[in-house]
Design a protein around this ligand. Structure first.
Ligand SMILES: *[C@@H]1O[C@H](CO)[C@@H](O)[C@H](O)[C@H]1NC(C)=O
Ligand SMILES: *[C@@H]1O[C@H](CO)[C@@H](O)[C@H](O)[C@H]1NC(C)=O
Length: 481
């Protein structure tokens, strides 16, 4: 496809030019036809572009665009560095730590993935929060770490406070409070506040890293924002019996028998049961959430909540970008197909419990790619998630963010690829503009260019026939009554 487009742009001059020109013209017509009617009209990005994309995947945040400067992947050197400075007197207990320790590089701290470093120590641990310092008895080397699972993304990490693990000595401050349970330090700096990042960067890794304490763990939260804690307080209560400490501002020196700084990260909004303590999966995470928010419904059905009524369609609405321009017509279409239709728009101020209950009542959820789709964590088993993929060769982005995670969540995933005719981009650019003809060339210019062209300024007018078709397919895939 890409090749044919290119040959269209650089026609070669040969003697029988007329024939060539005719061939090119038909190629050209073919490529336009294909571009219009095929779901993925562009060649796959090459590895280098893929890697650049992988490191820059993020939902839009409230940060000013200028913040998104240094976008280059910043590889952590730790896996190769370390110089074999084995740190004595630190006992590692979880299987994951033992595994990493056996490489003999960094017994206390290691990268659980490209995303997250986890440090662990037992013994005489003293945390002086206001100085972001953790004194550890028996080690002889200082280490600095940031407890947020987005190490590959310098923009996010710039907003995460760094903690220093220091060898304890005579000058180490005395304990003001002694705790008998382990401490776990994490941060809600970075991009949290955006629902997708809340789950991907913080909550899923937190669950994976702390559920095995069965509530006997003291959370120390850096960058604590009260509204953020309140939003997820019911979930935190599933993981800890103790109130969360605002570690940046707590003036007391807190002492613990054991500490873990930073969470383990497996994959975007996912858990690999084979590598998780207790072999938990993301289904267990969902169960914990359901329990936290008191959600009754375990399974979706063609008969809706009651089992003998209508299935419920939840349309996730957006206000600013990637809006459905014909939302009302969509709702009417779905209602005519005997769906019980709800339209809702989650935002930062949405009450989690209320929204969670609404999502849990849905059998089919549809929305344009965006943080709102993260609410799929509340969907009952067997529900269908339809991700509407905006025009612009964004499959790589929509796959990593929602398609792959959905698989593990017992949610039936479908995507709906927006055709150019359904996109407001058609009104903004001439037909031969690069934004319409060669999205990957735009992606190559970096995340900001991609975001500006395809995410910030695109709205969608769903083709109602196509919409009907995908709803019918969703219905067919719902568990029967
Ligand atoms: C990008 O991420 C995808 C999905 O996580 C992965 O399959 C792929 O190998 C990655 N590509 C590169 C070049 O890092
Ligand atoms: C905490 O424990 C240490 C060691 O057992 C003890 O010396 C200290 O007095 C205790 N501090 C408080 C405030 O209980």
């Amino acid at each position: 496809m890409k090749a044919s487009m290119r040959s269209r742009q650089e026609p070669r001059r040969v003697s029988n030019g007329v024939i060539i020109a005719a061939m090119l013209l038909s190629l050209c017509v073919l490529s336009i036809v294909k571009a219009r009617y095929c779901s993925t009209p562009f060649a796959k990005p090459d590895d280098q572009l893929q890697e650049q994309m992988n490191s820059s995947i993020r939902m839009e945040t409230d940060e000013p665009a200028s913040m998104a400067a240094g976008e280059q992947e910043e590889e952590e050197e730790e896996s190769t560095g370390g110089g074999g400075d084995a740190v004595p007197a630190v006992i590692t207990t979880t299987p994951a730590v033992v595994g990493a320790g056996s490489k003999g590089k960094k017994p206390t701290c290691f990268m659980t993935s490209k995303r997250s470093e986890r440090c662990e120590a037992t013994g005489d641990i003293r945390v002086e929060g206001t100085a972001s310092t953790i004194y550890i008895g028996g080690i002889d080397k200082e280490w600095k770490t940031k407890p947020y699972a987005r190490y590959h993304d310098p923009v996010a990490m710039a907003h995460v406070r760094e903690f220093t693990l220091k060898p304890a000595d005579e000058s180490t401050p005395a304990c003001a409070k002694n705790h008998s349970v382990p401490a776990f330090i994490f941060s809600n700096g970075g991009f949290s506040g955006n629902l997708y990042h809340d789950y991907t960067d913080v909550l899923v890794p937190l669950f994976l890293s702390t559920h095995q304490f069965k509530g006997e763990v003291q959370f120390l939260l850096s960058g604590l924002k009260p509204w953020w804690v309140n939003k997820f307080i019911l979930f935190f209560r599933q993981l800890t019996k103790y109130d969360i400490l605002d570690i940046d501002n707590d003036r007391d020196v807190h002492c613990f028998p054991r500490i873990v700084v930073g969470a383990t990260f497996h994959k975007d909004m996912g858990v690999d049961p084979a590598r998780s303590p207790g072999q938990v999966s993301v289904v267990d995470f969902k169960r914990s959430l359901r329990h936290a928010f008191g959600l009754q419904r375990a399974a979706a059905s063609r008969g809706g909540v009651t089992g003998d009524g209508k299935p419920r369609l939840l349309i996730i609405s957006r206000k600013n970008s990637r809006r459905f321009l014909n939302e009302r017509e969509m709702a009417q279409t779905a209602a005519a197909m005997d769906f019980d239709v709800r339209i809702a728009e989650p935002d930062q101020h949405t009450d989690m419990s209320t929204f969670a209950r609404l999502v849990n009542s849905a059998d089919v959820m549809i929305g344009v790619h965006g943080a709102g789709l993260t609410n799929m964590v509340f969907l009952p088993r067997g529900a269908v998630l339809i991700q509407v993929v905006p025009f612009g060769g964004l499959e790589w982005l929509t796959t990593v963010t929602f398609k792959n995670p959905a698989k593990d969540m017992e949610v039936t995933y479908m995507d709906y690829n927006v055709q150019l005719e359904e996109s407001s981009l058609l009104d903004q650019y001439p037909r031969d503009h690069q934004v319409l003809t060669d999205p990957y060339a735009v992606h190559k210019q970096g995340w900001d260019a991609l975001k500006t062209a395809y995410l910030d300024k695109q709205n969608i007018r769903m083709n109602l026939d196509m919409f009907k078709k995908i709803l019918q397919e969703a219905l067919d895939r719902l568990p029967p009554v």
